[in-house]
Design a protein around this ligand. Structure first.
Ligand code: PAF
Length: 279
């Protein structure tokens, strides 16, 4: 596996691959890799000849500087994990490589930018789409893979790709869960043993919604799911919603297409998100 730090080196490495008409996949990450990321690499290998994984903790998508500072960066572990997964190239640029100059970035991502995560992390999706555009420009991948755990992120990246009419194909892959239900996330490293126990309420409430979706009304489902959070100490619910998966507006009827339950909560000092497709 090649470890690359500059866009120029990455482009010259990829150029003969493109000339040979081989297909390239990009798996963008911020590191602190887990089995969810490995599942993206494995999926990428099914579709392409070469997999590039980027590890870059992107400052422009953090609204809280303390969150950026404490974001886990277990680099040696990540590199070993990528080698074991059979990744071909890891791209790990320094901040100056991706942001050589101060730049203003703002694109229209549609009204769904401002709800749910967008409401709690203002400007977050501008930062996410800014870096993903830069990574797409550096790699020119045929496909790019993202985890469905960040449901709204996938939607925003789709909007960005449409905005710039980019030819990359986006593939979103299912959430990978621990045996007890917790969705895998780089942030789980920050959970204390007690938080880890409390964090199970997120997946438990989503499983409750999935298992009772045909039987109960949306109002009853949401009331009961939210009540599950009240019973757990140290967990602060930011939102719990059943929404249209395209607009992210709250659903009023179960017959609507593309429904998804989405949750965000602070567990101790760690903010977690999770979701469940209901279609
Ligand atoms: O999901 C992430 O890890 C990040 O938001 C991404 C897509 C790599 C952009 O920094």
């Amino acid at each position: 596996m090649k470890v690359i730090h500059t866009i120029a080196a990455l482009k010259s490495l990829l150029s003969p691959i493109k000339l040979a008409k081989q297909k390239i996949a990009l798996v963008p990450t911020m590191g602190a890799l887990h089995k969810g990321h490995v599942s993206l690499i494995k999926e990428a290998q099914q579709h392409t000849d070469l997999v590039v994984c980027s590890i870059f903790v992107n400052p422009t998508q953090f609204t809280d500087p303390k969150d950026l500072e404490k974001y886990p960066r277990p680099l040696e572990h990540d590199i070993q994990m990528l080698k074991d997964a059979g990744c071909n190239i890891v791209f790990m640029p320094p901040v100056k490589e991706m942001y050589p100059t101060q730049e203003d970035w703002h694109i229209d991502l549609g009204p769904a930018e401002f709800v749910l995560e967008g409401e709690f992390r203002k400007g977050h999706y501008q930062g996410v789409t800014q870096i993903v555009k830069k990574l797409f420009d550096a790699v020119s991948p045929d496909i790019a893979l993202f985890g469905e755990k960040d449901f709204q992120q996938v939607l925003m990246i789709r909007h960005m790709v449409d905005h710039f009419k980019m030819s990359v194909e986006l593939i979103s892959c299912p959430i990978i869960r621990e045996d007890d239900g917790l969705a895998m996330s780089s942030r789980n490293i920050n959970l204390t043993a007690e938080d880890r126990q409390h964090s199970l309420v997120l997946s438990a409430a989503l499983f409750y919604i999935r298992d009772n979706f045909q039987r109960e009304s949306i109002a009853t489902l949401l009331t009961n799911a939210k009540a599950m959070f009240n019973a757990v100490p140290g967990v602060e619910l930011d939102y719990f919603t059943i929404a249209n998966g395209e607009t992210l507006q709250p659903a009023s009827q179960k017959s609507q297409p593309n429904l998804v339950a989405l949750v965000a909560a602070k567990v101790g000092q760690t903010r977690l998100i999770d979701n469940m497709l209901l279609f």
